[in-house]
Write a protein that binds this ligand. Structure first.
Ligand code: BV8
Length: 234
């Protein structure tokens, strides 16, 4: 019987594409205060600083490319007969560009903007500022990054929990397991009887919860894991 697979990725899977992580020694939260730059309160207090932070990341993403780990996950999904859901905490579009289809960006998307007044969500690859106007309701300084900040509800939680309830294989890739509710998904998968695997550079806060772990850079570990999995079921 084909497995029901849920994959959770974090900033570590995009590190080798040149996009920074959050909690590594030179990570974003080591340099910036997430309360000021990734929370509704911070945006209310200083929207210019928040727009500058996301404009810089949006410009960086325009220059980034997916690497072998993103591509291996898309190939795995294409070859898999059972259910396959990829949940990413990342706001980059590298999984999308690598060809992943059944994909939930639970913390939003950097290449989208959202109007705080009419909630219109639209593709947006340029800078945003307090002068930006919503293309639908025309309100000035309505548009914000379509990103889930701390204290805000992640996206498509119902769909994620439904997939975890019937999951037989859960693989967490490149995440430190420090941000909830994503960091709790491994427990939901275990409760469903799934086999749980951590693929990461080094052990993190929830590594003890996994049945299996392989440590190393995602660009090496992920393609090897996928190849071994597919061979074992050929
Ligand atoms: C919520 C978008 C209710 C922004 C992000 C007080 C008030 C309110 C909430 C809370 C509170 N206290 C606690 C909470 C909950 C809070 C939380 O968890 N806080 C933490 C700090 C304790 N969570 C929330 O607020 C969430 N919302 O709770 O709403 C609710 C609850 C349940 C159900 C429904 C609703 C919202 C959280 C989302 C915040 N937004 N991102 C942006 O990107 O700018 S979170 C941010 O952290 C990023 O999304 C990031 O992805 C995420 C997790 O970090 P990681 O991806 O794991 O990255 P990190 O740097 O930590 O780790 C990188 C890993 O990669 C490391 O392990 C490293 O070793 C590894 N690595 C490095 N290089 C490589 C590698 N691995 C492989 N290869 C490599 N080359």
């Amino acid at each position: 019987m084909a497995e029901n697979i849920v994959i959770l990725t974090g900033a570590g899977i995009s590190a080798e594409s040149g996009l920074g992580t959050f909690r590594d020694k030179d990570g974003a939260w080591a340099k910036f205060d997430w309360r000021k730059l990734a929370s509704p309160e911070g945006y209310g207090e200083d929207p210019i600083a928040v727009h500058d932070f996301y404009n810089a990341r949006r410009r960086g993403l325009l220059k980034a490319e997916p690497h072998g780990a993103h591509q291996a996950l898309a190939q795995w999904e294409a070859a898999h007969e059972g259910e396959f859901l990829l949940v990413t905490q990342n706001i980059d579009d590298l999984h999308l560009r690598a060809g992943s289809k059944n994909l939930i960006p639970m913390h939003g998307e950097l290449f989208k903007a959202r109007c705080s007044a009419c909630h219109h969500v639209y593709d947006w690859r340029e800078d945003l500022s307090i002068e930006s106007t919503c293309p639908r309701c025309q309100i000035r300084s309505g548009p914000r990054p379509h990103v889930v900040w701390f204290g805000e509800m992640p996206l498509e939680m119902e769909r994620i929990y439904r997939a975890l309830e019937s999951c037989t294989l859960f693989v967490a890739i490149g995440t430190s397991g420090t941000v909830y509710p994503a960091a709790g998904f491994v427990q939901d998968a275990k409760a469903a009887g799934a086999h749980t695997v951590e693929l990461c550079l080094e052990p993190g806060e929830i590594s003890v919860l996994f049945d299996e772990a392989i440590y190393g850079p995602a660009s090496e570990v992920v393609p090897h894991f996928v190849e071994t999995y597919l061979k074992s079921r050929a």
